[in-house]
Design a protein around this ligand. Structure first.
Ligand code: NDP
Ligand code: CA
Length: 316
């Protein structure tokens, strides 16, 4: 008798005004063969969520793995994305098995010194993962990197995959990362350096292909790393969710939680894309404040403190 997941709607960017449709979880249409639907989601590590995060308004039972994992899977599957970019994955085998049965294949790359290691009864390190629909795409190659700051390895990682679409043989590059958390000028500088290293890594591997970089950047749009991501690669990257409202600007939140220190309503997650080669077609709306509820997230209605971002791209 758990409450249903929060319902969200897609909106089309070039359609008639108010083409935004509220859809039941049963009837969200897939994006069609010409488009590529990408999901970005910090799924919340099971160990960190239960033992480290201190979500004071979240009932303990809502974090119980035996039920939370099915909510997680439901959130992943209802939007019918082709490419899934995840952070804080500490149950890769569960995802590999369940998504594998639905024709997804995936790669996992752990953080070198995951904070999960320090939690009693942990399920291994957390890290990033990319899954893709094997009916639609073929994996050409995967590259991974531990992000460096001033030539020293940090504790943050990136996975990059090069895919070929089976329909027409067109290739593209998808990367995902989870940058260093917590606030402060020093850490904002660290994230910016990680962003620069991430772009160098992309530069090394994308070889002229269209690029999508999805992640939990742990940085508000005002932080230097956001500017780095949108100006330092040539050809330029743009942020998909900057097209969320009519005026160019990121959504008001991608994560909303209550910790002992207070409430955190922040925009930290992004899907960057090469705008010279990809056309953004539609975006999944963020949940409304009244649907999230006063206790914010995670909750019985939503299994992570970060909301998933989903968008459709077409090749230009
Ligand atoms: P980060 O600072 O990047 O964050 C680790 C995790 O903590 C993230 O998943 C983050 O989630 C979450 N987080 C962010 N803010 C808070 C908060 N206010 N309260 C609770 N959790 C929060 O960590 P690093 O990857 O740099 O790793 C931490 C380092 O700390 C490790 O290298 C390890 O050595 C050390 N460590 C040691 C422990 C010990 O007991 N000795 C315990 C834990 C870590 P999000 O990105 O969603 O914000
Ligand atoms: Ca977290």
């Amino acid at each position: 008798h758990l409450p249903p997941l929060i319902k969200r709607s897609f909106h089309t960017l070039h359609g008639p005004p108010d083409s935004s449709q509220e859809v039941g979880t049963e009837d969200i249409p897939s994006c069609g063969p010409e488009a590529i639907r990408v999901m970005q989601w910090n799924i919340l590590s099971q160990s960190l969520g239960q033992k480290h995060d201190n979500f004071v308004a979240c009932p303990e039972e809502a974090l119980d793995w035996r039920t939370r994992r099915w909510k997680m899977l439901e959130e992943i599957l209802i939007y019918k994305a082709d490419i899934l970019c995840f952070q804080e994955v500490d149950h890769f085998n569960f995802l590999k098995k369940t998504l594998g049965a639905l024709d997804f294949s995936g790669t996992f790359f752990p953080k070198p010194d995951s904070p999960c290691y320090y939690i009693k009864g942990n399920n291994g390190p957390d890290g990033c993962a990319i899954f893709y629909n094997t009916n639609k795409f073929e994996l050409i190659r995967t590259e991974t990197r531990v992000l460096e700051v001033c030539t020293c390895q940090s504790n943050q990682v990136v996975i990059l995959c090069i895919f070929r679409r089976k329909l027409d043989g067109r290739e593209f590059c998808v990367a995902t990362t989870h940058l260093k958390a917590r606030q402060g000028t020093l850490l904002a500088t660290l994230r910016n350096e990680q962003g620069k290293d991430l772009l160098e890594f992309i530069q090394e591997h994308y070889d002229g292909r269209p690029v999508v970089i999805a992640g939990d950047f742990n940085a508000e749009p005002t932080e230097p790393v956001y500017r780095t991501m949108t100006t330092c690669l040539e050809p330029r990257l743009d942020s998909a969710y900057a097209y969320y409202s009519n005026r160019y600007g990121e959504p008001p939140y991608t994560t909303w939680k209550i910790r002992e220190e207070g409430e955190f309503c922040q925009t930290l997650d992004y899907i960057f894309f090469r705008k010279d080669s990809l056309e953004l077609e539609s975006l999944l709306n963020l949940p409304r404040e009244e649907d999230i509820g006063e206790d914010r997230a995670p909750s019985f209605r939503y299994p992570s403190d970060h909301f998933s971002l989903v968008c459709d791209f077409c090749f230009k």
